[in-house]
Design a protein around this ligand. Structure first.
Ligand code: UDP
Length: 328
């Protein structure tokens, strides 16, 4: 019995692989290494370099390794890129996911865990936002993920494959032991950018929008530490193995921080000051997105351990230093 992790060489997937190994699971990784790294996958884990939409490849793998569960991370995840290239996003995130799900059903895969996103809510009316909020994604990225949520709902009704959809909020931090972390070059995510500015790897940073209807005018987000996030997938696996019903859960701490608050914490934890420019809103950004997390706690029994922004930022700083030294 094997768990297939697609995108297991990427940021979140590589943390998942470590968590599965620690739990004694047998794991294989399928990754095309477009944004992932071979070094991020431990040597004792088979890494198949290929496309999760390649039906012949996937059908062969599922059979050869007796795969019973799939955790599907591999995706394109950059919102502005999805606006410029919607068809690329619908091909990769939606059409190829359909192929993967078809192979899974045909191979008798029992459980499927899917990485979705808070982007399915668009600009939510409520904060915190619950899973029952109206779904109005504002980007091709959000829509490309929502269509897969719907596919899985229909497939689980028609076939004996149950699923959990996890809607991620803003993922940050890294493995506390520093084995893997967010390594994407040119990442645009707030904590990564602020940490690079603190370490002098970039001259400064911008705050995109200080006129949102939030306490200090800057955007508010729910920053979830990556090992807490992958633990929700372990909880989902246990839930499904016990015969639990298919479900969709937010994964976040139900606590929001503004951009200006995050920058203050980065300055305080790093002890470094850096220039911060107040700039206009970034197109497509929304004011406040904070997870309601009652469901992931009650249905999956999720218990976060790293709900501490200073700790998350400390991890991000340590990882960024390590990455910089590795590049030499
Ligand atoms: N942000 C910012 N400066 C940056 C990067 C991000 O002000 O250099 C803001 C962004 O406008 C949003 C928040 O930080 O309010 C989180 O953005 P990020 O890109 O990290 O994640 P998103 O919520 O867009 O997925």
């Amino acid at each position: 019995m094997t768990v297939l992790v697609t995108g297991g060489a990427g940021y979140i997937g590589s943390h998942m692989v470590l968590e599965l190994l620690e739990a004694g699971e047998k794991v294989i990784v399928l990754d095309n290494l477009s944004t992932g790294f071979r070094w991020a996958v431990p040597e004792n884990v088979p890494l198949i370099e290929g496309d999760f939409g390649d039906e012949a490849l996937v059908a062969g793998l599922l059979k050869e390794h007796d795969v019973r569960e799939i955790i599907h991370f591999a995706a394109k995840i950059v919102v502005p890129e999805s606006v410029a290239d919607p068809l690329g996003y619908y091909l990769n995130n939606t059409a190829k996911a359909r192929s993967l799900i078809q192979c899974a059903v045909e191979a008798g895969v029992k459980h499927f865990i899917f990485s979705s996103t808070a982007a399915v809510y668009g600009d939510p009316e409520h904060s915190p936002v619950s899973e029952d909020e109206r779904l109005k994604p504002m980007s091709p990225y959000g829509r490309s993920k929502l269509m897969v949520e719907w596919m899985l709902e229909d497939v689980s009704r028609a076939h004996p494959m149950s699923h959990v959809v996890l809607r991620y909020f803003n993922v940050a931090g890294c493995d506390p032991q520093g084995r893997v972390g967010q390594s994407t070059p040119n990442a645009t995510h707030l904590i990564k950018v602020a940490v690079q500015a603190a370490l002098g790897f970039r001259p400064g940073m911008e705050v995109f929008g200080v006129d949102y209807p939030t306490p200090d005018g800057s955007g508010v987000r729910d920053y979830i530490q990556v090992t807490d996030l992958v633990r929700a997938h372990m909880d989902a696996l246990v839930h499904l193995r016990k015969g639990g019903e298919s479900t969709t859960c937010n994964v976040g701490y139900q606590r929001g921080y503004s951009v200006l608050e995050v920058i203050d914490v980065v300055k305080s934890v790093s002890g470094a000051d850096f220039p911060v420019k107040l700039s206009p809103r970034r197109p497509g950004d929304v004011g406040s997105v904070v997870a309601a997390n009652a469901r992931v706690k009650s249905v999956l029994g999720w218990r976060p351990k790293h709900d501490n922004l200073r700790e998350i930022i400390g991890q991000a700083l340590a990882w960024e230093r390590r990455l910089h030294n590795r590049k030499g």
